[in-house]
Design a protein around this ligand. Structure first.
Ligand SMILES: C[S@@+](CC[C@H](N)C(=O)[O-])C[C@H]1O[C@@H](n2cnc3c(N)ncnc32)[C@H](O)[C@@H]1O
Length: 366
């Protein structure tokens, strides 16, 4: 535990390893810095959105977050929340991990960063037990190894109305179709194995989380979603509403492709426009790499389409001459009155509301 790692405004006792695994004495994964950066940006933006999302209240508890970090690992996420979120936006922060001697370890990190020990409520127990015993939270971050499934039920029950549930899934091989059987068992849907598999997998994950919410009449609407590297990440806004629950169910659909059936998946939006705008206003807190990724998502969020075109796949076999530049293709579609954006799901994809034959026209015309 001797060496020190720095991320954002925080230092922790730990190791920066190229390859991480669950047997590490303290789990710290540098690749997930962006995941934590985006969480901080979203919480910063969301706390300014009371008028849009959250019930107006003079009660301090309802205007600042009661945060739960049930699978905290090194604790870096909670430490960064405390240091980087605006003064007053955290009401309480509850940090838990099952690793032995967790309290001692986390207290050393709190001290290392000159933070106040009393501002962290530390637990060392099973995450489900921790959530079940709680009085409820406004923000719960489920960031497990692999699937979030074991923690969804207790997290959703502990989620307050107008609260946010953040979910990470790293079992992308199931969600993206390498193991269809595993996807059916774990996510109750048939995955797709083609160029849109990451978007499709993300939508499978969203529906699964929503189904758990529906049991408790909690409508979980995705407000910010993405797939990156080896993981998927979705932030849901919770509204206690039977009507909204029924509307969610209506947006769960199958996809029929070449006479095979895939899904069901969430067919609604992956991002909320108001939240994206609020995040854009705060985005200067991000470093260059995270900002680039966020800007791409913000651009893509304007196209309310399911799926995207893979330009290389479309061009295959039919192209006469060289592939036009992406910029040329996109300008052509815009000049024909359509919306268009690159997509974070694929470096060779474009999201657009233009019909396929128009995209092909620009590819195949000489
Ligand atoms: C992927 S790591 C968390 C990373 C952390 N959220 C971050 O941002 O760095 C998952 C953590 O969950 C903990 N864990 C696994 N199963 C648990 C359980 N049932 N209850 C509580 N903690 C658990 C592990 O000890 C590990 O530290």
């Amino acid at each position: 535990m001797g060496s020190i790692v720095e991320e954002g405004s925080i230092k922790i006792f730990g190791e920066k390893k190229e390859i991480v695994d669950r047997k590490m004495p303290v789990f710290y994964n540098p690749v997930m810095k962006l995941n934590r950066d985006i969480s901080i940006l979203l919480l910063s933006a969301f706390s300014g959105l009371d008028a849009v999302y959250r019930k107006q209240s003079t009660d301090k508890r309802r205007s600042s977050f009661r945060i739960a970090d049930p699978l905290a690992g090194s604790g870096i996420r909670s430490l960064r929340f405390k240091k980087e979120l605006k003064e007053g936006s955290i009401y309480e922060i509850h940090v838990n991990d099952l690793k032995p001697d967790y309290e001692t370890y986390l207290k050393r990190n709190i001290e290392l960063n000159n933070l106040n020990q009393e501002e962290f409520i530390i637990y060392n127990e099973d995450a489900n037990l921790f959530l079940e015993k709680s009085a409820g939270f406004d923000y719960i971050d489920i960031d497990p190894f692999g699937s979030p499934n074991p923690f969804l039920d207790s997290a959703i029950r502990a989620l307050r109305s107008e609260g946010i549930l953040a979910v990470t899934a790293t079992d992308t091989s199931a969600l993206c179709g390498s193991y269809p059987g595993a996807c059916k068992r774990k996510y109750w849907a048939t995955p797709l194995r083609n160029h849109i598999m990451h978007e499709f997998g993300l939508r499978i994950l969203i529906r699964k989380v929503q189904l758990i919410g529906l049991q408790y009449e909690k409508a979980l609407i995705p407000v910010f979603s993405y797939a990156k590297d080896h993981y998927m990440r979705v932030f849901f806004l919770n509204t206690k509403s039977k009507k909204l629950c029924d509307e969610i169910s209506k947006k769960h659909s199958f996809l029929i492709l070449d006479e095979d059936i895939y899904g069901p998946v969430w067919t609604g939006d992956l991002w909320d426009d108001n939240l994206i705008e609020a995040m854009q206003r705060e985005a200067s807190i991000l470093d260059k790499e995270s900002l680039k990724f966020f800007n791409l998502l913000a651009e893509e969020s304007k196209i309310k389409e399911f799926g995207f075109y893979d330009i290389h796949k479309l061009a295959k076999n039919n192209l006469k001459g060289n592939l036009p530049k992406f910029e040329t293709i996109m300008n052509f579609l815009v000049s024909n009155g359509f919306k268009v954006s690159r997509t974070h799901f694929s470096p060779t994809g474009i999201k657009t509301d233009a019909p396929k034959d128009l995209v092909e026209k620009v590819l195949f015309s000489k």
